[in-house]
Design a protein around this ligand. Structure first.
Ligand SMILES: [Zn+2]
Length: 324
């Protein structure tokens, strides 16, 4: 199924509901939804459990367009036994990140408007104009009309699924993760501001102790391998006098490339937390294909993406905008 869609955080839901009524939109009801996201090489598999409707398994092909309005591509199958499907997926795929939300659905023309209250993220609006009986140009035109009628701010549109916007965690671990990712972001900022390098930063942590920090510096070092992750791993290994770094978590502001991912395996890093995704060269989805025992790896590296992704992506965007 194809549609044209946007997603945006909103501050004034009552005003948007008023405008929806003025547009002649039809309110279709509200449901509680629990989405479990699994990362797959071309996008996401999403197991949706919801009140008042059967569970669904949705395959969602990642869009690499801007925040939108953009085309999206997905398919849905109904699921009788969501626990069974979940237990199968959990065994073989990375992710398993859960997002809870309350969704109100409005319909106007070919456009579905979702008003979502997302746990830990706040209120969002999603607008999807379905290519069902109309062509893409007509769908885009209708989407634009509804965006204008609702008074939405295009500068706030986001392209990431909720799973990537939320760390998908809670409690103090979440606060620690956030704190360490803030430090990685500080490294990324230093890379751009001090050294004119692409802003990527990394922090390596064991039991809440920072072992090393690194920032991207291939230009300054004249070293194509001087990525933030490699810099942090090398410093920590030298500091500890060991070639392997078990029990560590690497925080990095951009999804690691193939080289860095290989380095994480060699270093026996236990867990990887990254901020922004890199749909072009990011390697974290390859993890699904790395078997235990690969290079003597006796565990599967836990991977979580999306923590402070908005901040990291903004930093990268601003850097490349200034370069143009
Ligand atoms: Zn790299």
């Amino acid at each position: 199924m194809k549609n044209i869609e946007i997603k945006t955080p909103i501050d004034d839901r009552a005003r948007i509901e008023t405008r929806l009524r003025e547009l002649g939109a039809r309110y279709e009801g509200t449901s509680q939804q629990k989405d479990t996201f699994f990362a797959v090489p071309r996008g996401w598999l999403k197991l949706r459990e919801q009140t008042g409707r059967p569970a669904e398994l949705i395959s969602y092909v990642r869009s690499i367009d801007d925040a939108g309005p953009r085309g999206s591509d997905y398919d849905v199958v109904l699921v009788d036994d969501p626990r069974l499907i979940e237990s199968l997926l959990v065994r073989v795929l990375p992710g398993g990140c859960v997002v809870h939300k309350q969704r109100s659905l409005w319909l106007v023309g070919h456009t579905r408007v979702h008003l979502d209250e997302v746990e830990e993220l706040g209120e969002f609006l999603e607008l999807e104009t379905v290519l069902d009986g109309i062509d893409e140009a007509a769908a885009r035109a209708e989407g634009e009309r509804v965006i204008d009628a609702l008074g939405l701010d295009r500068a706030r549109f986001v392209s990431r699924p909720y799973a990537e916007l939320s760390a998908g965690r809670s409690g103090s671990e979440n606060a620690d993760d956030r704190r360490f990712m803030e430090l990685a972001l500080a490294e990324a900022r230093a890379a751009a501001e001090r050294d004119g390098e692409v802003p990527v930063g990394a922090v390596l942590v064991r039991e809440r102790d920072i072992l090393a920090r690194g920032r991207n510096e291939p230009l300054g070092e004249r070293d194509p391998t001087a990525h933030a992750e490699i810099r942090a791993l090398r410093r920590a290994a030298r500091e500890l006098g060991a070639a392997r770094l078990p029990g560590t978590t690497l925080y990095v502001t951009l999804e690691p490339c193939l080289m860095c991912f290989g380095a994480l395996i060699h270093a026996r890093v236990e867990r990887l937390v990254f901020a922004a995704s890199d749909p072009k060269v990011g390697a974290s989805r390859l993890l699904a294909m790395v078997p235990v025992g690969f290079y003597g790896l006796n565990h599967r590296i836990a991977v979580e993406g999306g923590l402070l992704a908005t901040e990291s992506a903004a930093l990268l965007r601003e850097f490349f905008r200034q370069r143009r």
